[in-house]
Design a protein around this ligand. Structure first.
Ligand SMILES: NC(=O)c1ccc[n+]([C@@H]2O[C@H](COP(=O)([O-])OP(=O)(O)OC[C@H]3O[C@@H](n4cnc5c(N)ncnc54)[C@H](OP(=O)(O)O)[C@@H]3O)[C@@H](O)[C@H]2O)c1
Length: 239
């Protein structure tokens, strides 16, 4: 593996997707000892180089997907593309701005927050159909709600709905529980992992939380980019 020489080369071009669901990329940052949060948030793990990769990945994705806890803990706002990104996306035939999509059971969100009211493209919410009607109504006023069935959101079905909406590439930014569900349902194609040059200790989650795989899943190294003390890794799932 010859290390990539630039972030654009490392991240690559938008992916084409599958017939029944989008291509699913994960992006996570972890400390050298595997912590994925500090004080319950991920931002202290991230430095300027990681933010550049984060934005480059957002730039090629059709949808940015996150679990509700991540959206609350890391205070998600709407997509605000960096300079030049809209033009590049238009030139490739993509929508100039990718929507944020959030999966939630509780729909416990502040409906007056920027994530909903300042989004150029409506935020997408995946939620149970048996959520209380007044909460679903409040959500529908400010977001595009996909509530297909009662109980938990079926992540495969939700991804299928995104594909039907024309989205070919999804970037999932976590957290570890949503990633665990996607992995358990074999819905992940690629993993981008930033190793942040920190030791954190404590009891933070690893990048994936869920039942142990038996046998463990194999990965193929598809990209490597060291910048200063940070290492960026790109793995493909072996199928
Ligand atoms: N290091 C990194 O790269 C990184 C990335 C992301 C997050 N994080 C950190 O990870 C933590 C959050 O991650 P997390 O694993 O605890 O939570 P998470 O995966 O972000 O979100 C879990 C929540 O998502 C909703 N959800 C998940 N699956 C669902 C389903 N099938 N149907 C309906 N709703 C579903 C539920 O929302 P409701 O609670 O609304 O019901 C659930 O409580 C934070 O500390 C964050 O800072 C780190």
């Amino acid at each position: 593996m010859i290390p990539a020489t630039s972030i654009a080369e490392f991240v690559g071009a938008p992916r084409d997707g599958h017939q029944d669901r989008p291509w699913v990329m994960l992006n996570m940052v972890a400390s050298v000892d595997g912590a994925t949060s500090i004080g319950g948030e991920s931002r202290e793990l991230s430095g300027p180089h990681d933010r550049d990769v984060f934005h480059a990945l957002r730039g090629i994705a059709d949808v940015i997907l996150a679990g509700a806890h991540t959206v609350r803990a890391d205070r998600y706002g709407p997509m605000r593309p960096r300079d030049g990104v809209r033009e590049a996306r238009r030139a490739r035939g993509q929508h100039p701005v990718a929507p944020i999509a959030v999966i939630s059971r509780s729909l416990a969100f502040d409906w007056s927050s920027a994530l909903f009211l300042e989004a150029e493209v409506p935020t997408i919410l995946g939620a149970p159909a048996d959520c209380p009607a007044d909460i679903l109504d409040a959500a529908r006023r400010v977001a595009r709600v996909i509530a297909d069935r009662p109980g938990d959101v079926d992540v495969a079905q939700f991804l299928g709905r995104l594909r039907q909406m024309g989205h070919r590439g999804v970037l999932c930014e976590g957290g570890p529980r949503l990633i665990g569900e996607l992995m358990a349902a074999d819905l992940v194609d690629e993993i981008y992992l930033t190793i942040s040059p920190l030791l954190v200790s404590g009891v933070s989650d690893r990048a994936l939380v869920g039942p142990e795989f038996e046998p463990p899943r194999g990965l193929r190294l598809a990209g490597l980019l060291p910048i200063d003390d940070v290492v960026f890794l790109r793995y493909e799932l072996v199928r």
